[in-house]
Write a protein that binds this ligand. Sequence first.
Ligand code: GUN
Length: 284
Amino acid sequence: MAERMDGKLVSASVKQRVADETAKLKEKGITPGLAVIIVGDDPASRVYVNNKKKACAAVGFYSEEYTLPENTTMEQLLSVIEVLNSREDIDGILCQLPLPEHLDEQAVIDAIAVDKDVDAFSPANVGKIMIGNYDFLPCTPAGVMEMLKYYSIPVAGKHCVVIGRSNIVGKPAAMLMLHENATVTICHSKTQNLKDICKTADILVAAVGKAGFVTADMVKDGAVVIDVGINRIDGKLYGDVAFDEVEKKASFITPVPGGVGPMTIGMLMQNTLKAAKLHHNIEE
Ligand code: GUN
């Protein structure tokens, strides 16, 4: 039976670290500031944004929310970002995705100042991650790495299979695993022999967006299974992994909810702290 990896516990330790450092910054008169933009009234986005604001308060950050209506134009959204880019008291800017269809997500990401892009979604920050010389790591993949570290799970030399190739999770997760010297395979909807490849994984990362996609017959005995899926069915949350059957085969597994999800916010706090330190030329 697998050991459950507790994202709430690990996230709390990350947030405690951030809170301690924030207290020290405050002695120097610096309060990290995060601006969160939400467009429209997607209920899931609403929950995420509320949680991000709560986390800011808990670690001692200043935060500000911009709630814009569904029919906001690109021009309006970009003008909000432009003001935030030039504000001295704002260190990080986050525009909650997905945006309504009529808005150009990439153009919005591109508009956020690179040194305030605490999601690490901008091409410049993605490029830095590729090179391995980065300031910010994308929150969800960084949360996965933090959990592996917390549970002392070795990554170097292991075969890591990532299912999913999104810009937010799959691709950067693969890159971070590679930086830690894993041998990495990225699988996706066109992959042949998906099951056979997954069965060779020492660490299997599911970022597919389909409830229960990873079944026990796709998992090697003793594998570490990381579930990044958040699928809402009739108001209930399900991961990408068929938890009950996979739990019996894996050595470690992340539950949904309470696994990777809480980590994302912890890492956002860490990135915002880093942005504030860079902004004020404070050494690590
Ligand atoms: N939507 C889902 N996850 C994320 C995230 O990490 N950042 C932003 N900005 N939007 C998201």
